[in-house]
Ligand binder design. Sequence first.
Ligand code: GLC
Length: 536
Amino acid sequence: MTHEQLLWWQSGIIYQIYPRSFQDSNGDGIGDLQGIIQRLDYLQWLGVTAIWISPIYPSPMADYGYDISDYRGIHPLFGNMDDFDQLLQEAHNRGLRIILDLVPNHTSNQHPWFLESRSSKENPKRDWYIWEDARPDGTPPNNWLSVFGGPAWEWDEQTGQYYYHAFLTEQPDLNWRNPEVQQAMLDVMRFWLDKGVDGFRVDVMWHMVKDKELRDNPVNPDYQVHMATYEQLTPIYSTDQPEVHDLVQQMRAVLDSYGERMMIGEIYLPIQKLMTYYGPDNNGAHLPFNFLLLSMPWDAQKIASAIDEYEHALPQRGWPNWVLGNHDQPRITSRVGTEQARIAAMLLLTLRGTPTIYYGEEIGMRDVPIPPDEVQDPQGLNMPDKNLSRDPARTPMQWDGGEFAGFSATRPWLRLGPQYKRPHVAAQKEDPHSQLHFYKKLIALRQSQPALLVGDYIQVHADHQALAYIREASGAPALLVVLNLSHKPCYLAIQHRTISGRVLFATDETLVGTAVVNRIQLGGDEGMIVELDEDE
Ligand code: GLC
């Protein structure tokens, strides 16, 4: 494959926007669509090519928009449909694609479908959700647990049955075994595709179908008390059922009927299972999200073998992808530290496949400690002693050194970090050595080097400190990437290859242009990309 043959989502870089926290335009302390429009020039300047926006639909906000009460509308907090159409137009004018969040697994309990469904056992929409009788002793139909704590079954007094909710009681799961549900959701996709959206990020794709017999999940022998209560069981019957793939393929067929649209699946599963979501004939999700770098310890050897395992497990024509953070996970800078955040960026942007950047990563935003009485995230509120709140990674984007960081004219919905005056876009834009410029240069490099866009990935070194790999495409210079994942200097000799070339990009800019021959040394927290000589 040559880089000219790549589709937009293969050659592109995705940027995730959590809309509540990106830019407030109307002074209510909550980000909105007009705010995103104001910042499109920034995103274009940065060089990303697509934005994924977390849910913007009408919602009671029990789970901050992941509880949808109308799949075809815009929440007034974020604006209205005219604002959305304008955003789509303005983004497309700048060559930026728009990916919407689609939440097919569950609705809000305020969605008209659920209101009908719970109104009586005879209602035509009763079977749109998962209703079950109690066991003879009155307890729930099985032992399944909610991801957000407590049992996954809620008793409905009025109709005398339980309904299933994998997340909050306010988020009843749809019954995807019902063909009417399937058609209704495919129609939702068509509604947005007709408007011109370029793709969907599909929420909890691996949850969509549950075991027909609703068998009990087995106990997880590795459970430890600090973990979410959900992890007490291994969810082999409530998630990742074989039937889910038929549904994913139906969704894919809708996308394919529109041309170059795409779908990313949110899937937290081990590598081998994750791969099945590409579909038997590459007719499933275009990109099953690869969360390896989110969950791995920051250890060069472990990361190198995980990359290798992932690369080898990919099905033919399956396109890889990489992620360092999202709205559900601690931020990368808080996980690995400010210095290593640049190494992480080099990894993200030089591995094979589509990178997704979480807003604020490019300026090194950190998790912000939220005092207990300000916690908003239901996951944090429901399990207060386990430190599972996702609020710290969802704080307002830090645009400048003003009172509310240029995010809003008023106090934001979630507090800014105590250090918000330091990492911010305005200051970093002025400083050519800042992390923001580091990201911008790296992005530009990635987009201009065929070896990074389409080249093979060849691992050439991994030890307890550093890893190195070559990216190589025919007809273009090969690149050697060397990353020191430790704070101490490292020395390495690449096995089975003679190395000779020149530094093209490095954390230490003074190295750029210097020659590299065979042995490589790097300071702590340093990384470099070497353009290899052709005859090598
Ligand atoms: C996904 C979302 C998360 C949400 C959950 C339930 O994991 O990323 O934010 O809470 O689904 O919809």
